[in-house]
Design a protein around this ligand. Structure first.
Ligand code: 5GP
Length: 123
């Protein structure tokens, strides 16, 4: 079961304008901004404006309008940042303690601009 949403998590504060961000794209239901600690030449986070802890909660609870807006925003970010060529990119999301999710507001990491290595380290 997904844990309760914490309205004081850092992305909720970004959405309220309490913390600055480097915005890439804002839509009716989504915000995309550069990660503060980039792990690749391109590292953007896309978040829904609604209060969802993780992917499973967003997928299960969000209205269709928000789901469509979010995924179209992700695609637009890939296009805007030149990631749609043959080199591609990686889109990943973390959840819970095994996924090592740090910020408990659903977000998709979009990474690109270099070879990213294997998805999961062997250890
Ligand atoms: P998670 O581990 O939850 O999947 O990823 C959280 C991401 O949020 C990390 O990549 C981290 O660098 C990023 N992050 C944490 N705090 C901030 C912040 O205040 N601003 C921005 N732009 N990114 C942040």
């Amino acid at each position: 079961m997904t844990k309760a949403y914490d309205p004081n998590n850092i992305f909720a504060r970004i959405l309220r304008g309490e913390i600055p961000n480097k915005t890439v794209l804002e839509t009716a239901h989504s915000l995309a901004f550069h990660d503060i600690s980039p792990q690749a030449p391109v590292h953007v986070l896309v978040i829904p404006k609604g209060a969802y802890v993780d992917f499973a909660e967003f997928a299960a609870r969000a209205p269709a309008e928000e789901l469509v807006d979010f995924h179209r925003a992700c695609a637009q970010v890939c296009d805007m940042l030149g990631l749609t060529g043959p080199e591609g990119y990686r889109a990943i999301t973390n959840a819970g303690s095994h996924g090592m999710q740090e910020v408990p507001h659903y977000h998709l990491h979009i990474l690109g601009g270099r070879v990213l290595g294997r998805l999961v380290s062997p250890d």
